[in-house]
Ligand binder design. Structure first.
Ligand SMILES: [Zn+2]
Length: 239
């Protein structure tokens, strides 16, 4: 009996001890929490004071986001490129020697009377400036027309597109139908043949997507401007 009583007392004492211990631990935990909270509040002040640090974070984010914003900026140029399903490896050369993308003026949708739009790009340059092949390919047709004057129709290597060069002053030596040309090869010279104003020598440059039957006079026109300004290959001359 005494043993049982002392066992019970022992139990109670033990349980109280455990309870006390737990309470203490809990208090410690609370104390620790409030320390964290206090130090957190304290830490918030230096963070705010260290505005340079917090501001430098967005700055570094901006630095990181800069390529992204560059992509965003390049998107207007690359979107039309994608719209015409142009592969990035196929860069066009500006087909007039000495002309840079900055020199070009968008005139694809200009009204040319009678409800017609221009559907091409006029590249101004002094008479006699060399005209070069915009891509590798083949001279498909040498043609003289009332509007275009002396013209060249060039196919790309895959015969997917036709590149049209008009108002030429003359052809380059050796240019003939069927001749294989490389991008940058001189194929003619800027002039005013056809309906170009005599005082405004320029190359009328057009691109068409050929139909499955591949006739040089048929196709859907493409705007050359974004293709020439969005990473056009800068070619001086291959000769
Ligand atoms: Zn034109």
């Amino acid at each position: 009996m005494r043993t049982a009583v002392s066992f019970l007392i022992g139990l109670v004492v033990g349980a109280t001890g455990v309870l006390l211990y737990l309470q203490e631990t809990a208090q410690l935990a609370i104390a620790a929490d409030s320390t964290v909270a206090r130090s957190g509040a304290a830490a918030a002040t230096p963070t705010r004071r260290g505005a340079a640090t917090s501001r430098s974070e967005p700055v570094s984010t901006q630095v990181r986001s800069e390529p992204v914003s560059t992509q965003v900026r390049s998107e207007p140029a690359s979107t039309p490129t994608r719209r015409v399903a142009m592969s990035n490896s196929e860069l066009l050369a500006i087909p007039v020697i000495g002309v840079t993308p900055e020199d070009l003026r968008q005139d694809f949708t200009d009204n040319r009377g009678g409800g017609r739009t221009h559907g091409a790009l006029d590249i101004r340059a002094p008479r006699g400036t060399p005209v070069v092949a915009a891509v590798d390919g083949t001279i498909r047709k040498l043609f003289t027309s009332k509007a275009g004057g002396l013209t060249i129709y060039q196919y790309d290597v895959a015969s997917e597109r036709c590149y049209y060069y008009a108002h030429l002053d003359r052809y380059a030596d050796g240019i003939r139908e069927g001749k294989v040309v490389a991008q940058g090869d001189i194929i003619g010279y800027v002039g005013t043949t056809g309906n170009a104003p005599p005082g405004t020598p320029h190359l009328h440059f057009a691109i068409t997507i050929l139909t499955p039957t591949k006739e040089w006079w048929k196709g859907e026109v493409l705007d050359p401007y974004p293709l020439l300004t969005g990473g056009a290959a800068r070619v001086t001359s291959n000769r």
